[in-house]
Design a protein around this ligand. Structure first.
Ligand SMILES: [Zn+2]
Length: 112
């Protein structure tokens, strides 16, 4: 009998309207997300893209593509200077994705 009562209590506990547990965010929060979200950075990135409106990688392939990302040649997390334009290149969305993917891959490999 005790067993049956327990079953009933468990059934009662299950409320259909109780909110589903939120799925865990898969994306690891970047240490520098605060920097990239800052107004100062956005302003500076825009200023850089105004001066360098075309994707550097596409230009090397002889293509003319508008740049959308002010990318750090040497990533900040690897010690690159976040504000120096010497450490900056204009990239299109595609090439930025390619570069970030490559970097992540290299870092993961380096951890071995
Ligand atoms: Zn490109």
């Amino acid at each position: 009998m005790i067993y049956l009562i327990d079953m009933r209590i468990n059934a009662k506990k299950k409320r259909p309207w109780s909110p589903e547990p939120k799925p865990q965010q898969t994306g690891r929060k970047d240490d520098h997300s605060k920097f990239y979200n800052s107004r100062a950075w956005r302003k500076d990135a825009k200023a850089f893209l105004d001066k360098h409106p075309l994707c550097a990688e596409c230009s090397q392939e002889g293509k003319v593509t508008p740049a959308t990302v002010s990318d750090h040649t040497k990533p900040i997390r690897l010690g690159g200077d976040p504000w120096s334009w010497e450490n900056r290149q204009a990239l299109c969305t595609h090439h930025h994705a390619v570069k970030s993917g490559k970097e992540r891959h290299e870092i993961e490999r380096g951890r071995g």
